[in-house]
Design a protein around this ligand. Structure first.
Ligand code: DC
Length: 239
């Protein structure tokens, strides 16, 4: 019995977490990875890092997008996730530079959806994401992880929550950072991002047929962890 348990604990999984923006995907994915001692990959951070690269090379502005320039420089973009023991978290590195803070700026956030719609660029990101997942033992969050990147993932979760709740959470998060933005404005941005994510031509946000829906509108993080732990346990026991 004990032997079987150890064997099952050793079985490394790929956990794919997709869903709408501001649902707490990264927080959830990060916690699962910590609990399982797995690698956590925030695929949105990869698209953000590429966006920062493009901004620095002047390939994107409000009025232009130099796709040939971006594609010819794709080979110069190296993204790594490096564990920082001081904060007990992985941080995003672009060509050996820690860009974790910069990729969360409003400017990057404003440009990233245009950058992430370039098909050849997505193909490269998916290739990199699959390379990282080769050895399993990974939790990856994004929009197309369960549908495109790892269609054979062991566990697929699709996260959602009501727009009001997501806007409230985002509002509080920004308030804690000292940023005051009108609640209705946040709500509008969230709705606009949902529409953009669901309606883009390439890899639109879709729930994979075999993904389990997690609506966390009325759930605490602790409740979500209890919920996922049960699913992981079942998976490891082969049920
Ligand atoms: O999750 P996020 O907000 O950090 O993602 C940033 C952007 O990247 C967002 O506009 C959607 C896009 N994205 C994507 O197209 N595919 C992914 N797998 C992850 C993010």
């Amino acid at each position: 019995m004990g032997g079987r348990r150890v064997k099952n604990m050793d079985k490394k999984l790929i956990v794919a977490i997709d869903g709408y923006s501001s649902c707490g995907k990264s927080t959830f994915a990060r916690l699962i990875a910590k609990e399982l001692n797995y690698i956590f990959i925030d695929s949105g951070a990869m698209y953000r890092a590429v966006t920062l690269f493009c901004m620095r090379r002047n390939y994107i502005s409000i009025t232009w997008l130099n796709i040939p320039g971006i594609l010819s420089d794709l080979k110069d973009i190296h993204i790594d996730f490096v564990f920082n023991p001081d904060i007990n978290e992985y941080e995003t590195f672009l060509n050996s530079e820690n860009v974790e803070k910069e990729i969360r700026s409003m400017e990057v956030t404003g440009y990233v959806s245009r950058i992430s719609q370039i098909p050849e660029l997505r193909a490269r990101m998916v290739e990199l994401q699959r390379q990282i997942g080769v050895s399993k033992g990974i939790v990856m969050d994004g929009r197309d992880i369960g549908t495109v990147v790892f269609p054979d993932a062991d566990i697929k979760i699709f996260m959602t929550a009501s727009v009001d709740i997501r806007a409230k959470r985002r509002h509080n998060e920004l308030k804690n950072k000292g940023v005051i933005i009108d609640f209705e404005e946040i709500k509008r941005t969230i709705i606009a991002r949902d529409i953009a994510d669901e309606n883009r031509d390439i890899s639109p946000l879709r729930r994979a047929d075999d993904a389990i829906i997690l609506d966390n509108s009325r759930m605490t993080v602790e409740e979500q962890m209890l919920w996922i732990n049960e699913i992981i346990e079942k998976k490891r026991n082969g049920s």
